[in-house]
Design a protein around this ligand. Structure first.
Ligand SMILES: [Zn+2]
Length: 459
């Protein structure tokens, strides 16, 4: 993987391009292995490290500053991440597919073989009794069987519901097959006296007619109290009958069709891992941002800006990269510490830029707002619905160009100038506007400059 990465030269790729590569290529390299075995922790860690370095623009060996936590990057875009696959969870989801197959391919030859080696498969997977695989079991089997039934979680089992057919595959006491609780939990005294703990439903309950026929087998005789409980249990089954011609079936609860998919399992696992939630307003801003029709590198830039994760001088100082105090002040005004809020919104230079932009648009914005509030208010200037794809073009063009100019001032010694920056903003927003996907009519640049609002509203 390292070799393949070196051939790509991450430095020459945009951030957006790197995300695409990570998702499409990097994640598919270990896929074959991942669908059979549980990847050891150290392997996962080193692959993740390669991905992380690649994303943030380093080579395979070189260490780069990671500006956003990996856990957050792995969240879906609508939850504030970049939708990069979390390999550990993806590995679990791929392996869980085997469990689902054990339940549903009862007649396959390989299932016979597994049954012969290890016993009744649904009982092993869903009974709730903790089974430690023996040292003689294969590595593959041990990986699969121990999955989703750790000390504190039994997520696989709790997401499977039983649809009783003939009752031949469902354990009477240990499965949740009738109501929301297993009978071993609901009637612990009776369960204690059951002679065969993992007995199947069809061996205790018979009869197709209106009255269920019971066949009990107790290890000791029942007390008066227990006999009372038994009557209660039997009473629950008034009018119930098994369907001798139907097999027992299973439903995977997270999927609306009840069928297991790796995707639904992965999403479920991702939700289970409670990564700290974003401020609701930031999240709303980010959700709107991703709808914008701009180059992916610009969207990622906007994402970092809304999260306050750009390498401003204050941020570099905070991480110990800039140590000299003289280097902390804003490159435009030299007056204040350069963080996102100052650089993009309250610096006299940036204020001048926004004033020019707003008067170009023929509108105004409440003063003193910053960051996500500024973003959200700006979008509200275009009050019509369904303008999500174009609403933030100018906002993004403005912040993107302020940032580029900031870098040029530092690295190339450019002199900041509001008027020429405004021209670049007009040009960029026009380029993004006219090259949007599916666009039919072509708007000439002078028309865009003069009638920006009507162009946006006409989409
Ligand atoms: Zn400033």
């Amino acid at each position: 993987m390292t070799k393949r990465l070196n051939s790509w030269h991450s430095r020459h790729l945009s951030f957006g391009g790197r995300i695409t590569l990570i998702n499409s290529v990097l994640a598919s390299i270990p896929l074959y292995f991942f669908s059979f075995f549980r990847a050891p922790c150290c392997v996962l860690k080193s692959i993740e490290k390669i991905q992380r370095n690649f994303l943030w623009g380093g080579g395979a060996e070189e260490r780069k500053v990671c500006w956003v936590k990996w856990d957050q990057i792995c969240l879906p875009k609508e939850k504030g991440g970049l939708g990069v696959k979390n390999l550990e969870l993806f590995n679990l989801a791929l392996l869980s597919k085997w469990k689902w197959r054990f339940l549903n391919h009862d007649n396959a030859i390989w299932a016979d073989l597994l049954r012969y080696c290890y016993g009744h498969l649904p009982s092993l997977l869903l009974s709730g009794i903790d089974i430690t695989p023996s040292a003689h079991s294969s590595l593959w089997w041990r990986d699969i069987i121990s999955l989703g039934r750790g000390m504190s979680d039994s997520w696989f089992k709790s997401n499977i519901s039983c649809c009783v057919g003939n009752g031949n595959s469902i354990g009477f006491w240990q499965f949740k097959w009738y109501g929301n609780q297993a009978f071993c939990d609901l009637f612990p005294d009776l369960y204690a006296k059951e002679a065969i703990k993992n007995v199947m439903v069809s061996e205790r309950l018979r009869g197709n007619g209106l009255v269920p026929l019971w066949r009990w087998n107790w290890s000791e005789s029942l007390s008066v109290n227990e006999a009372q409980q038994l009557t209660e249990l039997q009473g629950l089954f008034d009018g119930f009958s098994l369907h001798d011609n139907n097999h027992d079936q299973w439903r995977w609860i997270p999927d609306s069709n009840g069928l297991f998919t790796v995707k639904s399992c992965y999403t479920y696992l991702l939700d289970l891992r409670k990564v700290e939630l974003q401020d609701a307003h930031v999240l709303e801003a980010i959700q709107r941002l991703w709808k914008s029709d701009v180059p992916s590198k610009v969207n990622v830039f906007g994402w970092r800006l809304l999260l306050n994760r750009l390498p401003t001088r204050a941020a570099l100082h905070h991480r110990g990269i800039l140590t000299n105090h003289h280097e902390l002040s804003c490159v435009f005004c030299f007056q204040q510490a350069e963080d996102e809020n100052h650089l993009f919104f309250s610096c006299p230079f940036s204020k001048g830029v926004w004033n020019k932009v707003l008067s170009w648009l023929g509108t105004s914005l409440q003063t003193g707002v910053k960051g996500r509030d500024h973003f959200l208010l700006f979008g509200d200037l275009f009050k019509m619905k369904d303008k999500g794809r174009v609403r933030y073009l100018v906002w993004l063009a403005t912040t993107w160009n302020i940032w580029n100019l900031h870098n040029k001032v530092i690295f190339k010694g450019n002199i900041p100038d509001v008027s020429s920056l405004l021209e670049t903003i007009k040009l960029h927003s026009w380029l993004w506007f006219t090259s949007r996907y599916g666009r039919r009519s072509c708007t000439p640049f002078p028309f865009w400059c003069l009638n920006h609002m009507s162009c946006i509203m006409s989409t």
